[in-house]
Write a protein that binds this ligand. Sequence first.
Ligand code: CP3
Length: 344
Amino acid sequence: MAETKTLLRALAGEVQDVPPIWMMRQAGRYLPEYRATRAQAGDFLSLCYNPELAAEVTLQPIRRYGFDAAILFADILLVPQALGADLWFVTGEGPRLSTITQQSDFDALKPVEDIHETLAPVYETVRILSRALPSETTLIGFAGAPWTVATYMIAGRGTPDQGPAHALREENTALFEALLDRITAATIEYLSAQIEAGAEVVKIFDSWAGSLKGEAFQKYAVEPCRTITQAVKARHPGIPVIGFPRQAGAGYVGFAKATGVDCVALDNSVSPDWAAENVQTDVCVQGNLASSHMVTGGQALVDETRQIIKAFSKGPHIFNLGHGITPDADPGNVQLMIDTVRGK
Ligand code: CP3
C-alpha cells in the first residue's frame, strides 16, 4: 500500500508541493493547555512519567494545529536517570544532575539492561499515542545523542560552553569514552523499545554538537550517531532516523552519508540556500525557521517561511523550527506559520 503519511513520504525521499510540518517542543509552556496539564501532574518529571498525562500533552498541539507529526513527550535526561543519576529540575533554571567526574561516579551507574525499569512508563506513553493519534499523523520517538547527554551528566547541569565535558574528555579520555559508550548502548535499547511500542521515526538530538570541532566532531558526534542509527536499523529494518547535530555548520555536509540517517535537522545558523546545495543534495532536510519568529510574528515570519520553502522546494523537506519554541511564543504565530506553509 502506498504510504499516506506525509512525514514518512518526505523521509523516503519524496518531494512534496506542501512540506509536512511539526515543531520542536510543540508540546510546551507557550500553550495554556500544557501549563494546565503540567500543574495537574505536579512537576515536569511527574508529567514525563505519567503515561496518560504525557500522552495528553503530546496530543494537545495535534488537536490545536493538526501538525503532521507528534513527538513523544519525555526528555533526553530520562536516560541518565535510568542509568542511576539523580535528576531534578529547578524552576526557571533548568536541569540538575549528580555529576560524573571520576571513575567511582561512573562505576556507580547501573548496567544498560536496567534502564527499562525506569523508562517503562515512557513506552506506555508511546503505546497510548499509537492508538490515539489521527491516522495521518506520524509518531516520532527520540533520545539525546551521547555527547549532549554526557555534557549534562558530567557538569550536572546545562553549561554555556560544555566546559566540564571538554575538560574530562582531555584529562581522562578513557573515562569520558566509557561514559559515551554506556550512553550509546542505553540509547540503542531505549530507541528500540520506543519503536517496539509504536514509534514510527526516531530523532537523535545532539544539541551541543557544535562545540565539537574537527576530529572530535567525527569521534564524538558522527560515530555515536552512526553506531546508534545502524544498530536501530539492524533491529528494525526500514525505521527512519532523523539526526540533529545542532550548530554543526560545515559538519552538516556529509553527515547523512557518514551516519546513515534519513534526514538531517538544521538549526537556523545555516542559510536554507546553502543547505539546499550542500546537505539536501544527499538527504531529506528538516528546518529551519528561527524560533524567535514565534515570538515576533508578522510579515517577517511569513517572508522567512516562504523563503525556506522556496529554497528547499527541489528536494525532500520537513518544515520545522531551527530549535525549540520558547515559552514566550504566541500561539497565534504558530498558526500563521502553518497557514503560510500550507498556502492558506
Ligand atoms: O515537544 C517536544 O519537543 C517533546 C518533548 C521534549 C522535551 N525536551 C520536553 C521538555 C524533547 C524532544 C526534549 C529534548 C531535550 N531536552 C533536549 C534536546 C533539544 C534541545 O532543546 O536542544 C535537551 C537539551 C533537553 C534537556 C532539557 N529539558 C533542558 C535543558 C530543559 C530546561 C530548559 C527549558 O526549556 O525549560 C528541559 C525541560 C523541558 N523538556 C521542558 C519541556 C517541555 C520544559 C519543562 C517545563 O515544563 O517546565
